[in-house]
Design a protein around this ligand. Structure first.
Ligand code: ZN
Length: 800
């Protein structure tokens, strides 16, 4: 809301100056942002500059008012992409605050989504504000050339105690602020907030403080950060480009007097602001508040308005703090972000599970305008999206290739064995891995993950193993930073066990100067969503030999030690996964070998397929149960009666072959079952001539091909998704079907008008993709409806 003149804004910033002493008492509680408190503190410390700063504010405000009405602004809104070179200075003392390269890349991804109206949570913006969502068309690129003309990845690691201070004095090694956006990352922010920036008018007068300083726990969404604070940097960049909080220029939301102050933006509703909550119905100054605004303090910040984007465009076209210099082509060339020089990509998560979707992220440097991907075993196998989401139903490690182009160049890259797709029913036990037949990492069962992208990583070593054959080596000698490396396993099916045991051998040397290098083992029962620590050792208790001051490898079996980790019932899932995490503190190399997973099999058989209660099974369904060990045979029963006493009872014996579930001893193919009939089945073991107890009894219902029963399909089972979403181009509806059907796909706008109708769509068993021509729709919210038989399934789609 813009209804106060600039001079009144000036008055309020003076009033906050006078009451600063009171506000300091508020800073003991945690705040999202301390920009205005810092502004006022700076003015208290530099009274001689106050007049100049306020004149600079006034000049930028006048420029913004003129720019709002200008033709340049129209051009900005219609065409120009603003590119801004960025450097992250990681202030650290070798603790967790020394965040990984991947966490920085994740932060850049999120900022770029937010400033291009591409953030997935934008679809949650309530209808009242959909029409004023602003698309910044501003792209942040990690600098590739530093101020001395040397190559850089745009991440500047600085070991300094200033990480525990986190104020203006901590802004070490600032790169020229008229060429780079400087972002410092620290362990502590002195004022107690998550982050703060300076407004361009203050930075204009005192450039040494220009930039953003942010707690490491609010940078990106991975590593030390989390989803909840992931938009913090987008908020701070808003200040850096002269946005105020929606309630005005203070750090105190929720105060009734905020109805009298303003943010200088015409389309943001007047508000008192909110803090840490998400009341979408909040009305504080007579109209509905836009609490989903990135510049508010709510817990559900999702959007900029068009007015806020215009205000940032004005700043980017002004000489104030030289913001206009940042995006000029000469600067983009000098900072190494102008040309398409390298095709590159990363995975948002380093592995996925079978039947899951992998999110790929283009990281080509820079300015590609078209992309051609190919995905081995992916579905689809090709894509022209910048951020493709690919479904995998084949487990293993698969290759990914990308060719990126623009009008002047084409660059390509292939990453072999790049994505690990773990089976949803994992590898059977006993699992014995002595790496004697392994030839490389990653492979189908092990993936090293190097989140810092440095020279120190988990690799395959062909000759240093316990038996002088292969093993896994963590290359660590010479690694001076406190970096973390991970080694992920495939999934294991531990469900037939009553107790489990994970054993491995390790060998490690410290150096005479090393600290507490640590090795951790974690387990996950949900294919890597959540992890539980199971074992750790560090420093001298991890060392298996005396200190070694040159790059070391074990030379005899006595250099190794063994570890045994017991896995109780809660770890015995169908898709239990393990990861080793190594934290370096300057020690020597670490080796891992003889990773075995064993356990005690239950006396009671475990059924696998068809899952209990399934319908729509064919009359020749294959009954499958889990392989066991230490038994002589399996006995199965199949009947129309759950008492297994009807005349149609089928029964049989399968002699045990091996632990491998792919043998025929753990399955029975039915035939000539009756359409529409429900069947019951169970299995038991015979151990040394003694029949054990029966398993649970499971049932399934037979339906001939093409029969009904579709009502049983849930949206979740169909894996129904629409991507990309939100979108301004064509989008794809994906669904997974247990059988071939004819369907109808219809897209409605929120008023119920049909935007697109595809009257009959023939869908096949397995994964289907239906293109939706959303590039032809007006911006807004749509409902995609799939009708199959009498059932309807819907997904929300946002077009911008
Ligand atoms: Zn703020």
């Amino acid at each position: 809301m813009k209804y106060l003149s600039y001079s009144i804004l000036g008055f309020f910033s003076l009033s906050t100056l006078f009451s600063f002493g009171q506000h300091q008492s508020h800073t003991s509680s945690f705040e999202k942002c301390a920009t205005y408190n810092q502004e006022e503190l700076f003015k208290l410390e530099h009274p001689e500059l106050v007049e100049e700063i306020e004149a600079s504010e006034q000049a930028l405000e006048n420029f913004t008012a003129l720019y709002d009405a200008s033709e340049e602004n129209q051009r900005s809104q219609n065409s120009a992409l603003y590119v801004i070179p960025v450097v992250f200075h990681i202030l650290h003392m070798n603790g967790d605050e020394n965040i990984s390269d991947d966490q920085v890349y994740d932060a850049i991804r999120i900022i770029n989504e937010d400033y291009n109206a591409r953030n997935s949570d934008l679809s949650e913006v309530i209808n009242d504000f959909q029409s004023i969502i602003g698309n910044g068309n501003i792209e942040f690129r990690l600098a590739q050339i530093d101020p001395n003309g040397n190559p850089t990845n745009g991440i500047d690691r600085i070991q300094s105690n200033e990480t525990y201070v986190g104020d203006d004095g901590s802004k070490l090694n600032q790169w020229s602020p008229d060429s780079y956006l400087n972002i410092w990352v620290s362990a502590v922010i002195g004022s107690g907030a998550a982050a703060y920036a300076y407004l361009p008018s203050t930075a204009n007068v005192y450039p040494d403080i220009d930039g953003i300083i942010c707690l490491n726990t609010y940078v990106g969404s991975i590593g030390t950060s989390s989803e909840s604070g992931k938009h913090t940097l987008s908020h701070e960049i808003g200040h850096y480009l002269n946005l105020a909080h929606p309630w005005g220029p203070t750090n105190q939301p929720g105060v009734s007097s905020n109805c009298n102050t303003d943010d200088g933006v015409s389309d943001t509703p007047n508000t008192i602001g909110t803090s840490g909550s998400c009341n979408l119905a909040q009305v504080s100054c007579g109209s509905l508040d836009n609490i989903q605004n990135f510049m508010d303090y709510s817990s559900c910040d999702r959007m900029f308005t068009q007015g806020q984007i215009n205000r940032m465009y004005a700043t980017l076209n002004s000489n104030t703090a030289d913001r206009i210099a940042l995006w000029q082509n000469t600067n983009l060339v000098e900072t190494g972000v102008a040309d398409l020089s390298e095709a590159d990509f990363r995975l948002v998560k380093p592995f996925i599970c079978q039947l899951d979707t992998a999110e790929f992220e283009d990281q080509s440097k820079f300015g590609a305008s078209s992309w051609n991907w190919s995905f081995e075993y992916g579905n689809p196998t090709t894509s022209t999206d910048q951020y493709p989401q690919i479904f995998y139903n084949t487990a293993g490690v698969h290759d990914v290739s990308l060719t990126a182009s623009n009008s002047s160049s084409t660059v390509s890259t292939t990453k072999t064995n790049y994505i690990l797709v773990n089976p949803i029913i994992g590898h059977y036990t006993p699992y014995v891995e002595n790496f004697s037949t392994t030839s490389a990492l990653p492979n189908d069962e092990w993936l090293g993950y190097n989140p810092y992208g440095d020279d120190y990583a988990f690799v395959f070593d062909a000759s240093s193993g316990y038996d002088n054959d292969g093993c896994i080596k963590m290359e660590n000698f010479g690694n001076t930073f406190n970096t973390e490396d991970e080694l992920y396993s495939t999934t294991f099916d531990l469900s037939p066990l009553t107790t489990g045991e994970f054993t491995f051998k390790y060998a490690f040397a410290q150096t005479s100067t090393s600290g507490s290098d640590a090795l951790y083992l974690f387990a996950s029962m949900d294919c890597g969503e959540t992890w539980y620590p199971r074992w750790s050792k560090s420093g001298s208790s991890l060392a298996t030999v005396s200190d070694q001051n040159s790059s070391w490898a074990p030379s005899s079996t006595s250099d190794w030690e063994s570890a045994t980790i017991y896995l109780n019932n809660s770890y015995l899932s169908e898709k239990t996964m393990f990861k080793f995490v190594f934290e370096s503190e300057g020690g020597n190399n670490l080796y891992l070998d003889d990773i075995n997973i064993t356990g005690t099999f239950s006396d009671i058989a475990v059924l696998e397929y068809p899952e209990n209660g399934m319908t729509n099974r064919p009359e020749d369904v294959v009954l499958q149960w889990k392989a066991s060990g230490g038994i002589n045979s399996y006995e199965y029963q199949l009947d129309v009666s759950s008492n297994f006493d009807s005349p149609s009872l089928e029964t049989g014996i399968k002699n045990w072959i091996s632990y491998d579930p792919n043998n025929s001893d753990t399955e029975y193919e039915t035939s000539n079952l009756i359409n529409g009939q429900t069947y019951f089945w169970r299995v038991r073991y015979n151990i040394n001539g003694v029949a054990q107890s029966w398993s649970d009894t499971w049932s399934f219902t037979v339906v001939e091909e093409g029969g009904v029963g579709i009502d049983e399909w849930s949206e979740e089972n169909l894996h129904l998704s629409v991507f990309p979403n939100p979108t301004n181009e064509k989008t794809t509806l994906r669904l997974n079907l247990p059988q071939s059907v004819t369907a109808q796909v219809t897209v409605f706008d929120i008023y119920g008008s049909v935007a697109e109708e595809q009257s009959t769509v023939q869908l096949v068993q397995g994964t289907n993709y239906v293109t939706i021509n959303s590039d032809e729709y007006a911006a807004g919210v749509y409902i995609v409806r799939v009708s199959i038989g009498s059932s309807q399934y819907t997904k929300r789609l946002v077009v911008y």
